[in-house]
Design a protein. Structure first.
Lengths: 224, 224
DNA sequence: ACATATTTTTAGACTTATCTAAAAATATGT
DNA sequence: ACATATTTTTAGATAAGTCTAAAAATATGT
């Protein structure tokens, strides 16, 4: 049995990790298949292989969860992914909607020294361009303390810290609105019938849909 | 037929390109097998596939050569390889003997913008850490104008510009001797029986074997 | 509870890249 | 020229990852 994992195996571990964050119990075969744009039968095969390697716990028909070992690997791949995203945006003039697919490739490059040196070169960033926390060398990941914009009330002031949906289309839409990480937002009012918000962003007033407010992580400013 | 090439296919094209530089005629199946540490039968299979894709010209038992298309791809992979090597040495504190295996992985990352931006970030380097020329965006590659140290006569002064053998062991050996790119060398004399050279390097006098002088590219200083 | 819908697994096939062993072609030496 | 050695190709197998279609298990609705 090969100790070195393939890119495919790493992608499965990463998918299971991400799905585990929201799913309370074990992750379903179908959920993994959908996330990786593959078929359930392929997932079953791969999950058996990962179980043989003691990277996941798996009981037929009962879903799958990561072992400590599997979680460690998943988090380290995510660490590489997010460090490369920072590199691409900060040094190579990429915008936040362009980096994901390239980081999907770079995250699989194997070299512990490379990751370590990249981290140093980037001056130990704590978050990627989408506001997601970068796990440290030991695989510890800061949990989100920020809150969804949709959970705040009219009158609140807040600062945008991250996006829940990192899809290209959403990120480009935010660019169009002028909303970026660090933007200060004041909620003027919330429309009761569709939950859209009228907000103040810089010197502009605009209305944004519930769909958007549900996908923006913000830090609430203290009232007094 | 898939347009996107696999890493394996790219590695074959690169190997054929490199072997073509020294081999006058077509490259042999065995030569490719040895370079890629695989078997001749595997090479035959892959070469057929590359021929189907019009990336190589191949006639049974007659060896293989790159088409213009195939050469273009090979050179672009080499371009990426060498740019990444520059990045690793100049920005991530890697030494010239550590970068090859990592660049072997990075060279396969697909993104034209990434290569372009990396080139800009590195300020358009012309040579990699081993003195090898970096092909430009159009795939043009500067041909070696430098000469082998072994071809010079006693009394000559020269500057080290590159290494022919980029193996880890050779590079570390050079490190031990204190020979690096840019080092000035004066040839004091050449031992007739084994072709070893007594050289002056900085303020030190040392003797280096024919094996070494055959693997160092140098630029000869003009006499007067 | 039980019929039906949904999810998951199995069975069998395909592709890519590899290998070993045998056959075919080419090269070499006298 | 011809026997022998070397190189190259073919034939058949294997492993990873994927797919479709069918079977098995689980979940759901009344
Ligand atoms: Mn990936
Ligand atoms: Mn990200
Ligand atoms: Mn490679
Ligand atoms: Mn190099």
């Amino acid at each position: 049995m090969n100790l070195e994992l393939s890119q495919t195996e790493e992608n499965y571990l990463k998918a299971i990790f991400t799905l585990s964050l929201t799913a309370s119990k074990a992750v379903s075969t179908n959920a993994i298949a959908e996330k990786l744009e593959t078929k359930a039968s392929s997932v079953t095969d791969m999950v058996k292989k990962l179980a043989d390697k003691k990277l996941v716990d798996y009981k037929k028909y009962q879903g799958v969860s990561l072992t400590e070992n599997g979680k460690g690997i998943a988090v380290r791949v995510i660490r590489k992914h997010r460090l490369w995203e920072v590199f691409l945006v900060k040094h190579l003039d990429f915008s936040w909607d362009e980096v994901h697919e390239i980081a999907e490739q770079l995250e699989h490059v194997k070299s512990i020294k490379l990751t370590k040196e990249l981290d140093r070169f980037l001056e130990y960033p704590t978050h990627d361009p989408h506001g997601d926390p970068i796990p440290d060398e030991n695989g510890n990941i800061a949990h989100h303390t920020d809150v969804m914009l949709s959970s705040l009330q009219a009158g609140s002031n807040c600062v945008v810290l991250g996006v829940k949906d990192s899809s290209k289309s959403f990120l480009k839409y935010l660019d169009g609105l002028g909303i970026k990480l660090g933007s200060s937002i004041k909620i003027i009012n919330i429309e009761v019938f569709d939950n859209s918000m009228k907000i103040e962003l810089g010197d502009r007033i605009m209305s944004i849909s519930h769909q958007i407010t549900k996908n923006l992580f913000v830090k609430k400013e203290l009232e007094c």
